[in-house]
Design a protein. Structure first.
Length: 116
């Protein structure tokens, strides 16, 4: 993932924490988008302009989506044309394992004879 990916990931975590804090701070009087479904007197986005918290929330949500798409773009895997090619590629990357024994080195034979 390179330096840009790490910087974007750190920014993503900070944006997430700030977004959660801002949503928890906002009051529940129906002044936000939640009032669209059950708010009787409100117009689509409200007749009044949003306060600082709602504007900051909109900015952080936009940054959240941009960071999410950026991280997804940086961490995408190369496209594989078929399932067989994907299986061969995976097998080539993970060839060998702890269950495969090396035939070049045989363990020494243990003498179990009892001498008295």
């Amino acid at each position: 993932m390179g330096v840009i990916g790490i910087i974007l990931l750190v920014a993503f975590v900070i944006i997430c924490i700030l977004l959660v804090c801002l949503v928890l701070i906002q009051n529940e009087e129906g002044g936000g988008l939640g009032g669209l479904l059950g708010g009787g007197n409100s117009v689509a986005f409200g007749s009044r302009s949003g306060n600082v918290l709602t504007k900051t929330t909109y900015i952080l949500v936009t940054l959240f989506f941009l960071a999410t798409f950026g991280l997804a773009f940086l961490n995408k895997t190369p496209a594989v044309k078929s399932l067989d090619a994907a299986a061969e590629q995976e097998a080539a990357e993970t060839s060998g394992g702890f269950w495969e024994e090396d035939t070049a080195t045989e363990p020494a034979a243990i003498d179990l004879s009892v001498s008295e």
